[in-house]
Each structure stands twice: as C-alpha cells, then as structure tokens.
Design a protein. Structure first.
Length: 369
C-alpha cells in the first residue's frame, strides 16, 4: 500500500536539514570522530500480509489470503454456517445465516473467495454474501434468472495467466427438458489420479458402459424414479451448463457444455488454486467430472458407486482429495473422501444435519500439507 502524502501547507515541526560535512571536518572526523553523523533512518514497523501456507501452485507470486480462507465451509439445510477442517474431521458451528431471503427460501450452494467471504446461492436464484467469521449475511443485488439460470452450484477457481485472479463459476438449473444433442467432445490427454478417465473411457467410469454401448443414464434415471417416486422426475435432466459471474457487475455469462449426458444434470462445483474446475453431478449413483473452464466440456469423469445425492449434496477439494457431503433420504449427511490413489471411503456418518453447500477458497492446499 502506498504511503499517504502530506499536505505541504500543513504546519508540522520540521527537522533541521542535515548538511554534508566539509572536507576539513571529514578529515577531523576520521581522526577524532568529532563531527555529528547523519541521523539513522527512521524505524518503521514491519507489517506482513497473511499468506496461504501451500504455495506449490503459485506461478509468479504468493497470493494474499485472509485468515481462515484455507478451511472448508459448510451450509446446512436449516441455514447454519459451519467450518470444517478436513485434516482433523472437525466441524464447528459459526452461526445462523441472516440472509435477507424471502420467507421459506433456503440455501442451495456456496462458494468462498480468498478474502474468506462466503457466496451463497438460494433456492429462488438469489445470491448473497456472508462472513465466515460470524455468519452475518447481506444481499448482493444479483438479478436471478439471467440467461435462464435459476438456482445453481458454484465455486471459485484461480484464473489468469499467473493464476493471480479468481473466477466465480456456476452450473445452472431450471432449464428445459433435455433433448439429445450431437455435441463435440473435448478430452485432455493428461491422466489424473482419483480413478478418473476421459469421456468414453470405460475404466474411468469405474465399470459404467460407454455411451455407444447403450444409455446408462436412462437406466439410472428409471431406477432413481422407482426408488424415490414422482418427485425424482422433476429433478432429472435440468442442467444449463457452465457459466461465470462477474462479482462487480453481478452479470452471469454462459460458457457452455459439450452436449454430452452430464450436460443435462444438476451439479455442484468446486475449484482449485491451480485453476481447475470439477463438478459433482446428481446422477445415480453420483458422478465426479472435471470441466474445461473455457468451454464447459467434460475432460474426465468417474462414477462414485457408493455415493447418492439424496436430499442434499455438496463437495470440496482440499489437500489433494475430494470431500463429498451427501444425505440419503431420511438421514443427515455423510462425508466421503476420494483420495488421490483412487480410494473412496466414508469418513463421517450421519453428522447430525443436512449439508446443502460447501465452499473452499483457492487458498486451500492442492496437495498433502
């Protein structure tokens, strides 16, 4: 931060000018040290910004991150804000959100920026900001329904050539019924951990048939409707694809999708400090997919055989692993961890409340800390 300038007309005591010693005085100074030396520089307090601990993904410089921005934050169906430390599996209640949402409208999804501010999407499409210190919440002025996006999952991911910026990405719902479209596929030759594979790769789907071998989504949707009844039909095939939200102008700009099966599904998002975006899709069972931030195309995906989205779902990326929060019908949320070696296991069962949103900033570690 620049030092404030002083008004030259302001009356303040001034120190007498320090004159350079004469040649004769300089000789005498060498012999007798009898001349007054220039005063030492003024001592100034050193103020260091709070930086994130993990820096392995920083390209040019370290990013300033607020205290607490490296934690995961959770929001419950009842509108309560929690912090979650994956390293210790400890959840702590921060407080009840006081967002000025219409009566009876609850939270749907959450993202957290580097300042430690939580951004909350509500079921009516409203967007709010809340402090992760005391849960105090204010409206943003965001207009719901832009480009047909109603409620949506969302996350921040680092962006820009040096990853110095961060972008708020959303995946939208309230769309029209899905119609089969012939879309282009874009895949990444990079192989990732977590057991994910490229679209069309049977191994990456953990046993799920490729689309050319039939339509596994149709079978999954039929099973879901039989299991959950008529209500499931309203929740099937409502995706609108990826978009970004300008936090200053509060404008939503669609990015797109690849026209594949996941393009039609509801999803929550999580982002990383190295600029990657992932979706937790409400298929049955659930699906994890990496999305291209520039196009919305699916780069890699994996079925989560033991995870169902149920009555509430969210996820986060922390410490090189994915953390899934999911609540089957009739229970509160469970927490499952997908490790970098591809192992998926439940680490917390029936936590006592239903988690509907999870937010983690790009200050969180992208590898084991």
């Amino acid at each position: 931060m620049a030092t404030p300038r002083r008004d030259p007309d302001q009356n303040e005591p001034r120190s007498p000018p320090v004159r350079a010693p004469s040649a004769a005085c300089a000789l005498a100074l060498a012999a007798l040290a009898g001349c007054a030396a220039a005063p030492p520089p003024e001592a100034r307090a050193k103020v260091d910004p709070v930086f994130d601990v993990p820096r392995e993904y920083r390209i040019l410089s370290t990013l300033p991150c607020a205290e607490g921005a490296g934690l995961v934050y959770l929001v419950s169906h009842a509108g309560e804000l929690y912090s979650f430390a994956p390293s210790s599996l400890e959840m702590r209640l921060i407080g009840a959100l006081d967002c000025p949402a219409p009566r009876g409208v609850g939270p749907n999804s959450m993202a957290v920026d580097r300042s430690g501010t939580a951004w909350l999407s509500y079921n009516d499409g409203g967007l709010y900001r809340a402090s992760t210190r005391d849960a105090h919440c204010t409206a943003t002025g965001f207009v719901p329904g832009q480009h047909g996006f109603g409620r949506f999952g969302m996350a921040f991911a680092s962006s820009g050539p040096d990853l110095g910026d961060e972008t708020l990405y959303v995946w939208g719902g309230w769309g029209s019924e899905y119609a089969a479209r012939g879309g282009r596929r874009r895949s990444d030759t990079r192989r990732d951990p977590w057991g994910m594979g490229e679209p069309g790769d049977d191994d990456g789907w953990q046993g799920l048939p490729d689309e050319r071998d039939g339509d596994p989504f149709e079978r999954d949707e039929r099973d879901e409707r039989e299991r959950r009844g008529p209500r499931a039909r309203r929740e099937v095939r409502d995706g609108l694809g990826l978009a970004r939200v300008d936090r200053r102008a509060l404008r939503l700009s669609p990015i797109g999708d690849d026209g594949g099966r996941l393009s039609a599904e509801w999803a929550d998002l999580t982002g990383t400090g190295d600029g990657r975006v992932f979706g937790f899709f409400a298929t049955y069972p659930a699906t994890l997919a990496e999305l291209d931030p520039a196009t919305g195309a699916v780069l890699a995906r994996r079925r989560l055989q033991s995870v169902v989205t149920g009555q509430g779902w969210a996820f986060s990326f922390w410490g090189g692993d994915f953390w899934f929060y999911w609540a089957p019908e009739g229970t509160t949320s469970n927490v499952s961890r997908l490790s970098a070696d591809g192992t998926l296991r439940e680490v917390l069962h029936d936590v006592g409340f239903v988690i509907v949103g999870a937010g983690v900033s790009t200050c969180a570690p992208t590898g084991p800390s």
